[in-house]
Design a protein around this ligand. Sequence first.
Ligand code: SF4
Ligand code: MG
Length: 336
Amino acid sequence: TVPLLELDDVRKHYPVHRGLVLRRQVGAVRAVDGVSLRIAAGETLAVVGESGCGKSTLARLALRLIEPSAGAIRFDGRDVTHDGRSALKPLRRQMQVIFQDPFASLNPRMAVEEILAEPMLVHGIGDAASRAARVRELLGLVGLASYHADRFPHEFSGGQRQRIGIARALALKPRLIVCDEPVSALDVSIQAQVVNLLKDLQAEFGLAYLFISHGLAVVKHMADRVAVMYLGQVVETAPAKVLYAQPRHPYTQALLAAAPVPDPAQRHSRPTLGGDVPSPMTPPAGCRFHTRCGFAQARCREEAPGLRTIGPQHEAACHFAETIPAFARFGGGARH
Ligand code: SF4
Ligand code: MG
C-alpha cells in the first residue's frame, strides 16, 4: 500500500555565507542529510533526537513549509517535493501541525472561536453558522466544551492552550498531524493528559502522527515506530516495542539511559550522554557519532556506517550494531 507520507533521501542544506559585500559561501549547515521515512495512514512515527539533530527541520520539510535541497516528498503517492503555494493548498487541509509552545502559536488578540474558525475561513469551508457549530464540536473533542468560545488564549492554562492548538489542527479534518514537541513545554502532570487526548483522537479519526520529541520517554506509549536522529541522519529505526527493548545503536542506548527517572534517588546513578553535539556544518568524518561513542573503533573514524537492516523492521547505522549488547551502559563498551 502507498504510504500516507513518504520522505525519500531528503536533504536540507542551508548555505553559510561570510562577508557583507562579496558574500562568499563558506559552507553549509546540513540540517537534514539524507533521511527516508514512511508513515502509513493511522500510524504514529516518532522522530527523536537532541536539539540540533534536524528534527524540527524535518518536521518543516514534511509539512512542505520549506523545500528540500534534494530528495523527494510524497503525500498519498503524489510528489509534492517542489509544489508551490497554490498546488500545496489541498495538502494543507490534509496535513496540520501542533507546535511546542501553544501560547506562541495562538494569536493573543483572537478569541478561541476565531482561532478555530480561521482555517475553515482560509479554505472557504462552510458558512458562519456551520463554522460556529464546528467550533463548538471541536471544543468538545478536546475536552473544552464547557468553556466559552469568546475567551482569549491568555484566559486558559498551558494544557488548555495546547488543547486549543489541537482543536485548531483538527478543524479541517486532516489525515496527518505533525506534532512538534507538543508536550515539552507542559508540566509533567499535564503531558500524559495531552498524550492520551492525542491517542483518543487518533483512534476516533484514524489520524496519522509524525511526533517530534527530544526524548524517548514521552513517545513510549504513543509511537508505533520510532526513528532516532543524530546530526541530520536517522541512526536507528524500529517498531517502538523493539526499539525500547533492544536498542542497538549506541546513541539510542544513550538517549534511553538519559531518559528521566521517576525516582530522584536513582537519577544520578544513570549514565549520561557526554560531550557536545558537533556542528552540523562540519560533522565528524566516518560515523558522525564517533566523537561521543564509547564503542568507537578506528574503522568508525574513517567509514560512515549506512542504515542497514539488522532485524525485522529494524535498521541501524552502526558498524557494530549486532555485537553491541542491547543494554550496554553508555560508554561501557570497553571496560578496563
Ligand atoms: Fe559507535 Fe562506531 Fe557504531 Fe558509530 S559505527 S555508533 S562510532 S560503534
Ligand atoms: Mg526544535
